[in-house]
Ligand binder design. Sequence first.
Ligand code: FDA
Length: 305
Amino acid sequence: MNPLRSTILAAAGNERLRRLVATAPGTRAVVERFVAGEGHDQAVEAVRSLAGDGLTATLDYLGEDTTDAEQAERTVRTYVDLLDRLHDEGLAPHAEVSVKLSAIGQKLGERLTLDNAGRVCAAAERCGTTVTIDMEDHTTTDATLATVAELRRTWPWVGAVLQSYLRRTEADARALAGSRVRLCKGAYAEPESVAFAGAHEVDRSYVRAANALLAGDGYPMFATHDPRLVEILGERARWYGRKQGSYEFQMLYGIRPDEQRRLAGEGETVRVYVPFGEQWYGYLMRRLAERPANLSFFLRALASR
Ligand code: FDA
């Protein structure tokens, strides 16, 4: 992995830097580029505005790595309230939710995680929408896929996420090809023992996994902003005889918005990942690490202190 990227990802865990960034006057402008806002109102407004442009959304209540059962409980309640609100405002057909298991108790035990995730799934079912379980660092992959498998016994539509930088992903894609799977490159600092280090290898792994998903009868969700991959994925989908709507493209809020609208204009289903909430620091650092050009915003924010 490029050294700048791993330095920024290491900073994601630094509490002193977090406090410095959080209080820097220019930070708000940087955060607003990637995060819809802090509360339900802004999240719901973001969905409404995306829906107006023909885009769907998956909402992520920011927060991860909790070791506090009360915090996990607050996160579950936030998701349930949000789903009810989307339903009441007629927006549930346009939005699902994305959940990080580490935010709802993965470090506190399997039973609690499963119960909490099940409560979010039950609320989504009641509202007529779906849930995707985000994937975090490689030490959690087995546990996360096991939880997804367990949830799918009741809610077969629960989405899994695979990361093409992991060497195991092509095999996982074959195993999960009959289901809803989001395929992304992966956003964490991973050792070479488990992950490809070079960008080309990660891209090639992405295409192999995409082929496996398209060959199956599940619903692939291609999460990438990479123009080359977007083109290849469109071609591969046609080659496999996939009709538009039998797979979707996904991108992050604030990244390549014109491309999101262009693809939707061509009839593709496009879902935008919309993060909201106060705990934006780890998410922001991962976005900065992906594109060092974004760092200039960040450094200006700090320099204006
Ligand atoms: P890549 O990083 O190679 O970027 C390709 C091009 O896209 C860049 O050249 C640039 O033009 C543009 N771009 C990409 N990132 C940008 C940025 N931050 N700012 C501006 N432009 C940018 N990861 C994970 O580990 N677990 C998960 O559950 C998820 N979930 C998820 C959902 C959705 C909907 C998306 C789009 C992504 C994720 N990710 C994720 C993140 C993913 O793993 C990956 O880190 C990013 O999508 C960046 O990778 P790309 O495929 O976009 O390619």
